[in-house]
Design a protein around this ligand. Structure first.
Ligand code: ADP
Ligand code: MG
Length: 241
């Protein structure tokens, strides 16, 4: 059974020039889950995420969101927020303005903007940095601002492309916990790209493991680890022999 906000890839292919980078992708992402796209560098994780975001076209097949084919629906009309690996904050704006920019552009009420701002500042421990500019923050703080900025919109879909890869181990651990907390608050659909098995196991409700543009296994972390569907999965995850 499909829910309205499920995201469904139907036999999707993606080519760049003559190179096929996604092959016959059938993938049903459920409303409200935390789905991890996992796999080695170059296997097509970011491309898959970018197709959902509307930042890459679909070469053949169908991508279905809200029950409709969205192949031709532009990025701004898909209800997605995306967090990139390199943060992409506005350098000339304060933390406050970076976080509130999109809400102001959507003409949200002032009190509502302030309420949401305070909430994400609290979640990410950014209260004291609200008037700083990105260059006055550490890498970890900038990453938090980028996450806060994406969360404040409360879009139905949150797309995260290796959002913690620039953080040190300690901060990464903490940020993972924060992300799970946020997910429990808003019940958005999280689609989270990583090449890190541990991150996938701790953050995912389900893991989609990819290799060279193909989906190798889609299941819970438990099953991916304990019941790998193929040798590649077992090796990549490091399952017990
Ligand atoms: P991942 O995120 O898993 O590391 P990507 O989705 O970024 O992988 O890339 C998948 C494949 O597609 C790689 O071989 C990459 O070189 C290629 N690719 C990605 N974007 C482009 C592009 N704009 N033009 C040509 N090839 C690309
Ligand atoms: Mg990538």
């Amino acid at each position: 059974m499909a829910n309205k906000k499920d995201i469904i890839f139907k036999n999707v292919e993606k080519t760049f020039g003559k190179t096929k980078v996604i092959e016959h992708l059938d993938l049903h992402i459920r409303e409200g889950e935390r789905l991890i796209l996992l796999g080695p560098s170059g296997c097509g994780k970011s491309t898959t995420l970018r197709m959902i975001a509307g930042l890459e076209t679909i070469s053949s097949g169908e991508l279905v969101m809200e029950g409709k084919c969205v192949n031709d629906v532009p990025a701004g009309k898909r209800g997605v927020s995306m967090v990139f690996q390199n943060y992409a904050l506005y350098p000339h704006m304060t933390v406050r303005d970076n976080i509130c920019y999109a809400l102001k552009a959507h003409k949200e009420e002032k009190e509502e903007i302030e309420k949401r701002l305070q909430m994400v500042l609290k979640i990410f421990g950014l209260e004291t940095y609200v008037n700083r500019k990105p260059k006055e923050l550490s890498g970890g703080q900038r990453q938090r601002v980028a996450l806060a900025r994406a969360l404040v919109k409360r879009s139905p879909y949150l797309l995260l492309d290796e959002p913690l890869s620039n953080l040190d181990a300690q901060l990464r651990l903490q940020a993972r916990k924060e992300l799970v907390k946020v997910h429990q608050y808003y019940h958005q659909t999280f689609i989270y790209v990583t090449h890190d098995q541990v991150e996938a196991m701790t953050l995912g409700n389900r893991i989609a493991l990819m290799r060279e543009g193909k989906l190798m296994m889609l299941d819970t972390p438990y099953n991916v680890y304990h019941r790998p569907a193929n040798v590649f999965t077992a090796k990549f995850i490091g399952s017990p022999a």
